[in-house]
Design a binder for this molecule. Structure first.
Ligand code: ATP
Length: 457
């Protein structure tokens, strides 16, 4: 049985140390989450796999780690100060707050694109179609107002002085403003890409659904800078590569689909999301956008520094186009958790909960289990130290061996290594496979190779 609700996976994550509610001992802090010992490994492995696929293995992609706080002019140039807001509407009866565009899209089953509507048009649609409050069923709405999504803070340089600064709502601006720095120092030729993984913050009107929409999250983003004539080729290329990446990590292709945008931002040339079928329905997992010359032109204009490229062969000087690929690390982690979970019948009267993670991203690769603590723990600890030099390893000596298998299945550890008398006498261990539950015997020295071969991505 696969996972059918986000509540179930949230509880599961809490129970097994994947993810805890943020500030839990203070009764939590709505829609914030802390990754626990198991979850942090999973998310780190997902980020590492992304970096390897899109940065390490791509000769023309360079990483950066830019600041979360940037010169506020950056957000004027990007358009966020003026227009990064969502249309909010309050139910006067139950005081709940909603996003008007989402309500219209849900009501019309996606047939009406509210994105391009004015606030008055949305109010008219909601009135004419008698859309009631999803929480209390009332029909007493406030007027629609734009709600700013950027978190503001202030930086005081002189006592009393106050300058507004913003927590970045996306990581990509750190890539645009470093275009010239990276191009020069890496001696990069267009086409090339700049990539980054980092935190973003959005004061979302309707956060929720566990990790799906939070106010603080991590993004894995890259910007491909290219000549206009190559833009659509790279756009299609990243659509395919983005799809292959999530499928290779373990998401079922049947639960993945492209969603091309009909309505585009005025500067954009094409946009596509990849959607995943979460337990809450088909939702965006990542976006791929052909942004034309918008970003570099705007930063040139606002900073007064020309962000252009001169082709060394043709001498043509131009502002590169940008293809952006952006995926939320937390949202992807949620999809992976939902996909991996299964409750299975093992024997007539026995079931197990198991996470079928691709071993590449499994939090721990192996669990070392002494068969009998009294006789085998010393040797098992020796094996643990050997294996933990190569990959994340756990050690568990308490409870029956069956219970320990179940515990490592529950956190998705692909292999259990049992240490018994044979280990002490002949140097062999039993390796049990999480998915098939079959066991083989290997020499201790063969285990590293066996695992390493199976976690190659
Ligand atoms: P949505 O339509 O879901 O609000 P978006 O179109 O605003 O998303 P982008 O700005 O394109 O999203 O951000 C790129 C990616 O970052 C998204 O595809 C998603 O994976 C992730 N992301 C965006 N907002 C959030 C959030 N509030 N919480 C978690 N992940 C997010």
């Amino acid at each position: 049985m696969s996972v059918d609700s986000l509540n179930k996976i949230r509880e599961y994550c809490r129970q097994y140390g994947f993810i805890f509610p943020g500030s839990e001992i203070y009764d939590g802090f709505a829609n914030t989450w802390d990754f626990g010992p198991v979850g942090v490994e999973l998310k780190n492995n997902i980020k590492k796999a992304w970096w390897k696929r899109f940065v390490q293995e791509d000769m023309n992609t360079y990483g950066v780690d830019a600041g979360i706080l940037m010169n506020p002019r950056v957000w004027e140039a990007s358009g966020h100060v003026d227009s990064f807001s969502d249309p909010k509407m309050d139910c006067k009866k139950c005081k709940q707050r909603f996003r008007a565009d989402n309500m219209i899209e849900e009501h019309s089953a996606g047939k009406v694109a509210a994105e391009g509507m004015t606030n008055e048009e949305m109010e008219g649609y909601i009135r004419d179609n008698h859309i009631v409050c999803p929480n209390c069923g009332g029909f007493d709405w406030s007027e629609i107002k734009q709600f700013k999504l950027m978190f503001e803070t202030s930086r005081g340089t002189v006592e009393g002085a106050k300058d507004t600064v913003y927590l970045r709502p996306e990581t990509c601006q750190g890539e645009y403003v470093n275009f010239a720095n990276v191009q020069r120092t890496a001696r990069a030729k267009v086409p090339f890409a700049i990539a980054q993984i980092g935190k973003s913050f959005r004061n979302e009107i309707t956060p929720g659904n566990f990790l799906f929409r939070t106010i603080e999250f991590e993004q894995m983003e890259l910007q491909k800078f290219c000549h206009e004539k190559d833009g659509m080729t790279f756009f299609d290329d990243y659509k395919k590569r983005a799809m292959d990446f999530v499928a290779d990590l373990g998401l079922d292709r049947e639960k993945l689909r492209y969603h091309d945008h009909d309505k585009l931002a005025h500067y954009a040339k094409a946009a596509c999301d990849i959607q995943y079928k979460f337990p809450i329905g088909w939702e965006e997992l990542n976006g791929i956008h052909h942004r034309g010359t918008w970003d570099l032109s705007r930063h040139s204009e606002f900073s007064g520094k020309k962000l252009e490229y001169q082709d060394p062969e043709t001498n043509e000087k131009y502002t590169p186009n940008v293809i952006e690929y952006s995926i939320g690390a937390d949202r992807l982690t949620l999809a992976i958790l939902c996909e991996a979970y299964n409750e299975e019948k093992v024997l007539e009267d026995d079931t197990r909960e198991v996470m079928h993670f691709n071993p590449v991203i499994a939090p721990y690769k192996v669990a070392v289990l002494p068969l009998a603590k009294k006789y085998h723990s010393e040797k098992a600890i020796e094996v643990y130290h050997k294996l933990s030099k190569c990959f994340m390893t756990t050690y568990d000596e308490s409870g029956s061996i069956g219970k320990r298998y179940r515990r490592s299945d529950a956190i998705g550890t692909p292999w259990c290594i049992t240490v018994d008398n044979e280990t002490i006498n002949n140097g062999t261990v039993t390796v049990r496979d999480r998915d098939t539950m079959e066991q083989i015997t290997l020499k201790i020295d063969e285990v590293v190779d066996y695992v390493q071969k199976r976690i190659d991505f």
